[in-house]
Design a protein around this ligand. Sequence first.
Ligand SMILES: [Zn+2]
Ligand SMILES: [Zn+2]
Length: 825
Amino acid sequence: MVDMEHVTVYTASSVPAAASHPAINSLQWTEDGQLLFLTKIAVYILTPDLGVNCCSASEVATTQLKEGGPRANTLGWFRTVLELDRRSFHHWPSESQDWDSLVTGSLDVSIKSVVASPSFLSADAGCILAVITTNLELSLWGSVKNQLDGQWGQGIRLQDAVSLLRSLAVIRTDDRLQQTLQTQVVCSSWSRQPDFGAIPACICDGSLLAIGNRAGSILLLKFTAESGSDQCLEHVQTVDVSEQWITHLTWLPWTNAGENECVAMLVHCTSDGAVGLVKVTRKCHMESRGSEYGPGLVLETSVNRSQLSICKADDRIIMGLSFVETRDMEPIVVVLRPGVVQLWAEERDGSAWSGLLSFHLHSQGISSGSSMLYPPSGVVYSPEHDTLVLSLIDGSFHVIYDISSAPSSSLLGSTKIPYFSSGLSSISRRVFMHIEGDVITHAEMNRIYGMVSFGGFPMVNWAHERSLSSDFSYKHEARHSKTLVLTKIHAEDSDKVVLEMLADVIATAKACTIGTIAPGTAPIHTLRPILFRLVQGGVLTRLHSRFLQALRRSASESHLEIAIPPLIFTSSASPRPLFRTSIVRQLFGDDTLLRIRLKLAIADFCWRLSSSPENRNEFGTVARDLMSAISHRVLGILVQHIDFVAHLLTRDDLPFVLRVIIQCMLPGVPQELSVKAQRLADKVTAFFPPAGHETVSNGSRELCPACHVEVPLTDVTLATCSNGHRWPRCSVTSFILSTTKVQTCLGCARKALLPVARSRYEQESGTELSSGEGGSKLAVAGDSSSVGDSITENVRTIERGWIVQELLKAVRRCIFCGNNFAILV
Ligand SMILES: [Zn+2]
Ligand SMILES: [Zn+2]
């Protein structure tokens, strides 16, 4: 039963902003582990500080709870904001004077919706955001430098899509009005990454951005990172589905439909109340040249208008569209209308129910203005109890039970479900009263804008605002303030839950609570539910030995025999993309490596958190062992790849190649790896016989940037010269970091050199130059630099080798913990 006496609040942070249009995704998580909060003129981007170690605590937005009442362990959040530039909008009447193309939202332009792409897409391997304004314009945004508190809002609007959409519309029709309607974007949804079933997973972008326009068509677009800086969207297909506006879109998850083929349903609503489906198929073809999933990869898209229709036009307004993935992973579509929830499931063999079911909501009466007709503000599914939990703007909660077997809005007979609609509504009211602290009258409404689970029910986030429902006086935007809340909405056995989650992560390298984790999801996102429960009082002390046992390296994780498909080079194509994509796939598409990384991140977290020195030491030992397991696997992948391209090496590559070999000879490295490295060393010596007095090992000499004494490579994290100067080493290349052009891992704070293209981008602050494949690139880098000191020279020498250049380009995430890098200076 709901504990009515106590409420637990972990975060209550004030956000000074007016609300956007009511929508169920006003609060949403990205695969980067960031919480997007949509307000009228800005998207707040919030990151819990769990597992983030690159920045000091002072940069964390502190939680402010009003005095009085019990407090739980509070959680810190990083905060940054993507602000809408309200000056730059498109003037529709200049295109068409027709009444049908009138946009009322252009009078006071605000943000209508935001959707996030899958992770691993932007230059810093994060998500891209697609924003639609009330002026029906679509634009794409990406973070620059630092996704936690960097400049999301400055000069990073990647593309204003209006011109692209207009050019597409002009091809399709001569009619001015139709052209305008086809350019006016109403809604969008970004698919997840399809998983073609390759092992290791192919790290290529197969996601699609679907947008719905006023002409009744859906456009499928794809993000193209490689093309120039002002055009990063490419048209894939257009499907005409209606004469009406497309008002809502949502992608259901991809399913594997045969070899190299994935299928997903795209659900769409139109302004006449109809809900339909479009079936999208993506097929993955290999071009004959190149290795599997190399640059020869081609994705083909086909679209079928499904014969299935969820519901016919009935002129009833639709306020929200979503879906839930039930325990057996069959998606159920959720259509939200005023006072009514509709569930739809496709007919399948063995499914308990199918078709469309409607449920009427009941007013909860938690404040005098409360009504079941308010717009919905969030939908959450609890796999543990098989329930759908819905919140409305009036602060009320509504539960539908037994979603996958026999959906029902009333709790019949005795069940183990510890919550019900009125209980959750009353908890939300109590949390509101607890945070606001003052005497709250029944006339005051706890409006809820956006509700989302925090790594699984019963932890939920919402944003509430105090409002007097009978007060119709105007309140200036600046006087609005929301409170972002993280609370536990019913009791749980944290010990049991966290152990189950840990077992699940280790068994599958995927987290149970958030559904299937696509390759590329940031580990801080995957691990958040576990780390959050660990910081709760006493959990880690009680579970110390269970965690220690679970995190130890298993036999399969020690196994170093990795079968890497050989790279097949042709004389016509550059070997570089092939080399790079194969490395990316081996480093970031492999489940075992991901599992070790997740274990290391948890062990490291436990090490920091443990109170007693003995417990700390034990986690320290486990973490060190996992770290060397990662490092040996990475070296194995590098040795193998360098071996593939041994005949293409140049003298400029020798410093790096030799230090890879030296690292494989260090004490503690498995024999099999040392043997392979020796074979590679012999091969390299044969290609580049030492000339005159120099020996091969001379190529790996490294001088202390301060005193020019030679520094031996004995420690891969730190370089110490005989005069005691200490320098950090690059976690990717092991070179001494004597430059400010470095990136820092958000998770473990390890540093790495910036790839040439990105460091030039930073330098020229804004215009990224296309990175050529030849050696001329370096000359350009040299010319454009105004810094001529020996330190930069040192870095340039390193970058002269193409292997290092491609490796730095390939490693867009930390190789040890798999999280994103940030540029902190
Ligand atoms: Zn020195
Ligand atoms: Zn890291």
